[in-house]
Write a protein that binds this ligand. Structure first.
Ligand SMILES: [Fe+2]
Length: 365
């Protein structure tokens, strides 16, 4: 399979991976031959990319760090929680502190625990997967991705299970304050906070108040919600904290939050290729992000995820077939076209971590 922007889809292409909605229903099943109505629907729902299957790419499988069923359950729980808070605040006019989240937090703990087990199970693997979802479902998938990427980073920083779990709970709840915001307000959020909208700044404060008010939740987890938009140079919000005044958990949240928005695409930000997102993260070390955290984070993400079509330094066109930890920029690729653009009858696989004289030049879509 390979990953293709929805704008490039053509009728007759075959879906390579089932796409689900955040309530767990399949939107398009693997193996379906695309018709115009399918493509129109994907566009309408704002799905940016999907995986498609093609003959020369058979056997290339973009595997998530976490099992599909664990991810789906986590996304559904994220949705349930956000919709509940929204409902209670808007329809029942409750105040933040009157919402009883004691049962919900138990469910969140189970979800975080299941995600953490997966992060431990796949600790030797790179995050080499594009999360495919509609724009309406952005926030729920984002809550899960941030949790997974953040816990992977924590693990690379040497965190043990107890600490990782507190971090995970905080990450899962980092944007909970957004349950109070209208979609129209959220559409104006900026990834790089040149313009600070007071309503958006609010989501960190209300998020903190919500998490803090849940019995038996560590204050550390609440601080992830509070501080995840703080920047190490003091340019963030809501308090403009800098350096060591920002908690390490929040420094992690800050990096993975921006990275996921960049690669997954959000209502307020167009999707960026993973290698470009990594560049952006690196460029902002010292201003937005903590150096040590970014180094730990970068050990975990593939620049060229499985299923990416790439141009090699030899001029050949290939699709990434495998990625390995320790070699984020040197995947195994399957060459499908020669430098003159002719399709190869027998595609060849080469491991770029061994053939160091050949590099990936760019991802082509
Ligand atoms: Fe946020």
């Amino acid at each position: 399979m390979r990953c293709l922007p929805v704008t490039k889809l053509e009728e007759g292409m075959v879906v390579g991976k089932t796409i689900y909605t955040s309530d767990g229903r399949p939107l398009l099943r693997r193996g379906i031959v695309l018709e115009k109505r399918h493509i129109d629907r994907l566009k309408r729902l704002g799905v940016p990319v999907i995986y498609i299957e093609e003959e020369p790419l058979r056997g290339i499988d973009a595997e998530d760090i976490i099992m599909d069923k664990v991810r789906m359950n986590a996304v559904q729980e994220a949705r349930r929680l956000m919709l509940k808070i929204r409902r209670e605040l808007r329809f029942y006019n409750k105040k933040i502190f009157d919402i009883d989240l004691s049962e919900d937090i138990e469910r969140v703990r189970k979800v975080v625990d299941s995600l953490m087990k997966e992060v431990f199970r796949t600790r030797e693997a790179l995050y080499s997967f594009i999360d495919v979802r509609g724009i309406e479902d952005f926030i729920y998938g984002h809550m899960v991705n941030v949790t997974v990427l953040g816990m992977m980073t924590g693990l690379s920083l040497g965190y043990k299970a107890d600490k990782l779990f507190l971090l995970g709970v905080g990450l899962f709840l980092h944007d909970i304050g957004k349950a109070l915001l209208d979609d129209t307000v959220l559409a104006y959020q900026k990834v790089f906070e040149e313009e600070k909208n007071p309503l958006i700044i609010e989501h960190t404060i209300t998020g903190y108040q919500i998490v803090k008010s849940i019995p038996d939740v560590s204050l550390l987890s609440a601080h992830v919600a509070y501080q995840h938009h703080e920047r190490v140079d003091g340019s963030g919000y809501p308090r403009g904290l800098s350096g060591s005044d920002i908690h390490d958990f929040a420094k992690i949240a800050s990096v993975v939050n921006v990275y996921d928005i960049l690669v997954s695409g959000a209502p307020f930000h167009p999707r960026v290729k993973p290698n470009e997102a990594v560049e952006i993260v690196k460029r902002n070390v010292g201003s937005m992000f903590d150096k040590e955290v970014v180094e730990a984070f970068l050990k975990n993400v593939a620049l060229y995820p499985v299923g990416s079509m790439v141009r090699l330094s030899t001029g050949e066109i290939a699709v990434v077939s495998q990625t390995r930890k320790g070699f984020p920029d040197a995947p195994v690729v399957r060459i499908i076209r020669d430098k003159d653009g002719r399709s190869l009858e027998l595609p060849v696989e080469i491991d770029l971590s061994v053939n160091r004289d050949i590099r990936v030049e760019e991802i082509i879509e």
